[in-house]
Design a protein. Structure first.
Lengths: 472, 327, 324
């Protein structure tokens, strides 16, 4: 009975993937070709499975992953639709060529569920972990297995050392980076800017001159939202990180991450004051939603809506926000002349931190050392996968094997990749994702939320965050 | 033979006008004010759900930018929200349909198993005299307070790694050889067992209250005729307890159908086994701005419990706590 | 259509499981019934009570003891820390404790009182079942659904703009120009969340209490009326005492549900804005911040909170069982 049900389930999933592919084929011209090849690939799937390791036509690129026909690999992630469909599409050729069935599961309770399942002996084969801090905690509990040899080889060849270090715990490399988010973006409406004669600011001072200009024109320059269900507050921690990196540079930022500089320190207090003059400034926020406090109750997914309606000028959010504009307005375009686009949040002082960039990303950790799991982990670290996924849009990889022309000209992805791969800049990973969960997924979220919602005094907020830092 | 016995086998609610409070009292108290209060409360109680239904039927832009009550000024109706949620579409890759079947496959057995086991246990506590029965009864009653959340991890470990005391296996390790996947992973079995465990204390408590009030004479007559406990349970107690069992079964079905925490812990979120609530939670997590989709999904999830309730309510109103009514 | 066909085997597996389960029990009964004489009682106890006791032990009793033990260990459940976790609760989580007490007291009493009022009013009314069904309806709605529904009620927008939340709109229609941001409106936001719980539970209280009222023997009511008891007197001297046991069960059931409730708070505010309750803090500590010690200690506080309730009920039940 069990076996029967499993096969049924796989059929349902396959049906879903086929539907996605079909839809993609209908909706966009550029992907028609891909879908066609995929269809032939799936047609030959049965033959491949029966003939064993013979490589079918069109599958030559996957020869190193062969020998695992009929195996199944489960992936657990926090990435939900619509991005889920793009992932499934990106590895469908890998699946049909190698005969490995990748079962994708996304959950908005990912961070709570993953440790529970690992402790409960029900770990997924692979998880996409967005927080290096969580990875370290899982390693301490004995969950992940060290990265497969192929993965190590890929990462050594295609990623810079900083990215590898985020997937490394106590000298052992566990998880290869997957996607990358460029978080130092400010979203705006090019159409509104053009209509009002605003120009994109390139320095910190110009940014505030523009904000004041908008105030003078009767528009709230900024909108924001930090509500995110169980993760409410994370967007506010991003804002603080942008300022920390811009004010003090990478070294101080790293000390802050390691709690060598307390939250309740002159540095962080000063950064909070800058943030208060920005996102807690009643003249500046919260365009389209109301007063400052509404930042705490506005869903981050909703926060950008007023920009298209002309009720708000700008939103500081990461590159993945490109996915949301279609929600606000049917057919909204993202582009330099479109309905929405992003500019780089300018540096404060090039002498302190040249081109500071805060980024995020996911890391592919494996929890089983079966050959098919190693094959999938290796494939996900390969430039072939990254290129396949990037070509579908709204996704960026810091994998240097991805040709820059993979990203559409003028797309936000191309802009992100440009900043993420620029070695002259000051790149740092999202600080709260590096900190222990009690802070990075706990006190810092709730205290920053209270700072906005209840106007809790800055000193109390910072002291409370410090108090939550785990003892050891 | 007790005069009370027939009362317990009446299934439907008494018809209007036959209420136990007498006609005189009714006339006295059935003032227009009472009617007004009831109408107001009923309307207040219904408005939020009406708002959900209306929002789910509005085009995306209307749903997001205007209050649902403006629908009455600007009645634009679309069923495309439902089409997208049911079959999947450009935004929701997979539709709600597979999850819908999962919810049934989870909730029906998870309503039947605890009820059968609880009625057996309730009978034993109520009618099989033995030392310690009172203690067991109070112990089971007290177990209602154990927070579900705290039982999740130990149960998960049991299902996947097995349990043993020393070397004595209590629950076998069901891992497939050479893999970290339990044989139970991806099946409904852990869900059925977990829901059954969590439902038992309340079910035993309520059914015991009911069964304990069945007429003693009936049991004794059967005993004199040579019937054993198994026969008495099947032929007398079970049929007489149908109203109580049925009513609790409906509640249990509703609770399991609406559960999210147990589901995401034991089933995960894949369309193989995850229920509608899990789909809905993810829909909500993804589309903060897609009110038209989340409301449509929510309404689909509500429909089944509503049908169950409206079609069966007359059968269970009477049964549920009939046993505890007589002090 | 294909999806529907794919779904049918799922129902089949559920039916198979039910069939196997019942068949297993029938075999058990068949074997059990063969024992006669002195063995009959013990075998019956074993067969009837055994399965339930085994499941309850594995699913609830063992985890309960593990939780109590775990509440004396540190965050990773490795080192003994004595009562440090409890000290942490009483030092830093007083607001959470106060909120929880408010919830336990107000939500069940409000639900039961409103349910009782409705049951009494409806008992002598036409179209009783229509009103009952509509009021009971929220009981059939999941918390995920309820949070979406109540999001539509409490949503805040700038008063100058078109409103999306009904509550703000109604208040503005009533002449208040500047409605508060409801979810942030301390301390009243706690009560607004309780409204959701009451909205869900009133139907349960009403249905059960209504059944109890209808079960009051007619002769008792008539006798009371002959003595001149009408209206309030009839209610307080006859109705309430006759349904007292049911009232206690309803109150207890809702209280236990409230105590364990975390879905409403989690989905509406995630415990922010001064609305945190013990059950949600427990979930956050255990599953988000990975501090098992804190989580377990909070769970134990929950147990202890219910102990008086349990003792009271046990005393009541002892009386009833003694009568029998």
């Amino acid at each position: 009975m069990t076996a029967l049900k499993r096969r049924r389930g796989a059929a349902v999933l396959a049906g879903g993937v086929a539907a996605v592919m079909l839809l993609a084929a209908c909706s966009s011209d550029s992907s028609t070709e891909d879908s066609a090849t995929e269809e032939t690939a799936s047609a030959s799937e049965e033959a491949t499975a029966e003939e064993g390791t013979d490589v079918a036509a069109g599958c030559e690129a996957y020869s190193q992953y062969m020998g695992n026909e009929g195996a199944s690999v489960s992936i657990f992630t926090s990435i939900l639709p619509p991005e889920q469909g793009l992932f499934e599409q990106s590895w469908s050729e890998f699946e049909s060529c190698t005969g490995i069935d990748i079962v994708y599961e996304g959950s908005d309770q990912f961070e709570a569920q993953l440790p529970t399942r690992i402790a409960g002996g029900n770990a997924p084969d692979i998880a996409f972990i967005p927080q290096p801090g969580l990875l370290a905690k899982l390693v301490a509990d004995g969950g992940p297995v060290p990265a497969s040899e192929g993965t190590v080889a890929n990462v050594d060849q295609y990623w810079n050392a900083a990215w590898k270090s985020y997937g490394t715990v106590d000298g052992t490399f566990y998880a290869a980076p997957l996607g990358s988010n460029m978080k130092s973006f400010v979203w705006y409406s090019p159409k509104t800017f053009a209509a009002n004669g605003y120009t994109v600011p390139t320095t910190w001072d110009e940014l505030w001159a523009l904000s004041d200009q908008m105030v003078a024109d009767g528009v709230k320059p900024w909108c924001g939202g930090i509500e995110s269900g169980g993760a409410t507050g994370w967007a506010a921690t991003d804002w603080l990180e942008q300022i920390m990196l811009r004010m003090y540079g990478g070294e101080v930022y790293d000390k802050w991450v390691n709690h060598e500089i307390l939250f309740d320190s002159p540095e962080v207090t000063a950064a909070m004051d800058v943030l208060a003059g920005w996102m807690k400034n009643p003249d500046y926020v919260n365009g389209g939603f109301g007063n400052v406090q509404t930042i705490a109750t506005t869903a981050f997914q909703d926060a950008g809506g007023p920009i298209l309606a002309g009720e708000c000028g700008m939103l500081q959010q990461a590159s993945f926000y490109a996915n949301f504009w279609g929600n606000f307005q049917e057919g909204a375009t993202v582009g330099v002349d479109g309905d929405a686009y992003a500019f780089y949040l300018p540096a404060m002082d090039d002498a302190v931190a040249p081109q500071p960039v805060v980024g995020g990303g996911e890391f592919v950790a494996a929890f089983a050392d079966r050959p098919e799991v190693a094959a999938v982990q290796t494939y996900l670290a390969s430039p072939e996968f990254a290129t396949s996924k990037a070509s579908l849009g709204t996704w960026v990889s810091a994998n240097s094997g991805v040709p820059l022309d993979t990203y559409a000209e003028g797309s936000i992805d191309q802009l992100s990749a440009q900043y993420l791969t620029d070695l002259t800049g000051t790149f740092r990973f999202d600080a709260s994702d590096l900190m222990p969960a009690a802070v990075g997924a706990g006190a810092e979220w709730t205290e920053m939320t209270a700072w906005f919602a209840e106007d809790k005094p800055t000193a109390e907020v910072l002291k409370a965050i410090d108090a939550a830092w785990p003892a050891s | 033979m007790s005069v009370e016995a027939p009362e317990f086998v009446i299934l439907p609610e008494p018809e209007e006008g036959k209420s136990s409070v007498t006609e005189a009292a009714r006339r006295k108290l059935s003032s227009p004010w009472a009617v007004l209060v009831v109408v107001i409360i009923t309307v207040l109680w219904t408005i939020p759900t009406v708002g959900l239904l209306i929002t789910s039927l509005r085009p995306a832009a209307d749903a997001q930018n205007t209050g649902w009550w403006t629908f009455f000024r600007n009645p634009a109706v679309t069923f495309s929200n439902y089409a997208e949620v049911i079959t999947g579409g450009s935004n929701a890759a997979i539709g709600i349909t597979p999850y819908f079947f999962n919810s049934f496959a989870i909730a029906i057995p998870a309503a039947i198993f605890p009820l059968v086991l609880a009625s057996m246990a309730a009978y034993a506590i109520a009618w099989v005299p033995f030392k310690g029965s009172t203690l067991i009864f109070f112990g089971i009653f007290a177990l209602q307070v154990v927070p579900l959340q705290m039982a999740l991890l130990p149960l998960l470990q049991m299902f996947n790694l097995g349990w043993s005391i020393g070397d004595i296996p209590i629950f076998p390790d069901l891992n497939k050889p050479g893999s970290n996947q339990s044989l139970l992973a991806g099946t409904y079995i852990p869900l059925w067992i977990a829901h059954t465990m969590f439902a038992l204390p309340l079910a035993i408590f309520l059914l015991h209250n009911f069964m304990a009030q069945l007429p003693r004479d009936l049991m004794e007559a059967a005993r004199v005729d040579g019937a054993g406990h198994f026969l008495i349970f099947r032929k007398i107690v079970l049929p007489l307890s149908v109203p109580a069992i049925a009513s609790f079964a409906i509640f249990q079905f509703l609770w399991v159908w609406n559960d999210l925490l147990v589901a995401i812990t034991f089933a995960g979120g894949t369309p193989n086994v995850a229920p509608v609530t899990s789909y809905l939670a993810n829909l909500k997590g993804t589309y903060g701005a897609q009110l038209h989709l989340t409301t449509a999904g929510a309404f689909i999830a509500i429909i089944v419990p509503l049908i169950v309730f409206f079609s069966l309510q007359r059968f269970f109103v009477r049964g549920l706590l009939a046993g505890s009514v007589k002090g | 259509m294909e999806e529907v066909l794919n779904g049918l085997p799922k129902l089949g597996s559920a039916a198979t499981a039910i069939g196997l389960f019942l068949a297993f029990l029938l075999i058990l009964f068949f074997i059990g019934a063969r024992f006669r004489g002195r063995l009959q009682g013990p075998v019956a106890i074993l067969v009837f009570l055994g399965p339930a006791l085994i499941l309850v032990t594995m699913g609830l009793i063992v985890p309960a003891f593990r939780t109590i033990y775990g509440s004396t260990l540190d965050a990773n459940q490795e080192e003994f820390v004595g009562f440090d976790n409890y000290a942490w609760i009483f030092d830093t989580q007083q607001g959470v404790l106060v909120n929880t007490v408010l919830w336990i007291v107000i939500a069940p009493i409000a639900s039961t009182a409103l349910g009782l009022t409705l049951a009494l009013l409806l008992d002598r009314m036409r179209r009783e079942s229509v009103a009952k069904s509509l009021i009971f309806m929220p009981m059939a709605i999941s918390f995920v659904g309820a949070s979406i529904i109540w999001g539509l009620m409490y949503e805040y927008r700038d008063p100058a703009k078109e409103q999306v939340g009904l509550l703000s709109q109604v208040v503005m229609w009533l002449g208040v120009d500047d409605p508060p941001n409801w979810i942030l409106w301390q301390p009243f936001n706690n009560y607004l969340l309780m409204v959701i719980m009451v909205w869900i539970q009133v139907g349960f209280a009403m249905v059960v209490l209504s059944a109890a009222i209808k079960n009051i023997p007619t002769d008792v009511v008539e006798a009371a009326e002959l003595d001149g008891a009408v209206g309030w007197k009839l209610f307080s001297r006859v109705t309430i005492p006759m349904i007292r046991a049911t009232l206690i069960v309803v109150l207890t059931t809702i209280m236990i549900a409230v105590l364990k409730i975390f879905d409403i708070v989690r989905t509406m505010t995630n415990g922010n804005f001064g609305t945190q309750v013990v059950a949600n803090e427990m979930y956050a500590q255990s599953f988000v911040q990975f501090n098992q010690g804190h989580g377990n200690a909070l769970a134990v506080v929950l147990f202890i909170g219910v102990v008086p309730l349990i003792i009271y009920n046990v005393v009541q039940l002892r009386k009833e069982r003694a009568i029998r």
